[in-house]
Write a protein of this length. Sequence first.
Length: 275
Amino acid sequence: MSTYSEWRNYLTNNIDHLLISILLRSFMRIKVIIPLLTSKYNSAVQEELYPYIAPDVSITIINLESGSPSIESRYDEMYSTPEIVSKIVESEEEGYDGVFVSCVSDPAISVAREMVDIPIVGGFEPAALSAGMISKHWGIITISQSCARLVRDLATLAGIHQQLACIRSIDQPINELHKTPGQLEDVLLTQVKKMIKEEQVTAIVLGCTGMMGMAKYLSKEMKAVGMPIQIIDPTAVALGYLQMMIRAGLTHSRLEYPKLDLREREISCIKRPSS
């Protein structure tokens, strides 16, 4: 089910089963944080998320009110971290079961894990770990060289850099990814073919959650030319992983991320948990 209409038809045809499921369990609530200072992509993201959420899951999409306009460098990540952490703290206080920070640089994830108990995922780690499960020689396509450096740091931190064969950049800022119809498809398809030919990768992670709809398109195009490579959509994998964690009762380890009590600290830029 790749479109909203297909998802709606599924709900209509399976309403009895879904109603029983709803009666037997409570709704899972997930907050999706898009770390941008604009909401203009929210409706497109909402459409993109539908195929990847279970019938008993409700999602809320929010944006940042302060910070960098987008996260495309280490500076952007640092500047936006306090606002992202505050939004995650608010989400736990509001009763959400988990948070997805929709960005492949995984901004503020490790910081927020010291402050909340609910599971938090970004776009990189679930996608990269999945790539390592299905391929021992995979690559990533990012939007810029600065983003490539962020991804390389994350791969090293996660201990999976030896499997990461290459990181390629298409040199397009986030706000221009979908500016010209068909351009993103052409650029990504060219890079995928180069990565297979030059680096012999057997799976590719899309290195930006803004590359909406591209995984299915690229998979279809490559299969048609006899190269059925796995293209990993970070949004699809992250949402699936987060739902699995919540159902299994999993969250980050307190031995790895000791709980930080902001009430004992003077950090004015981050929202304090309620008493």
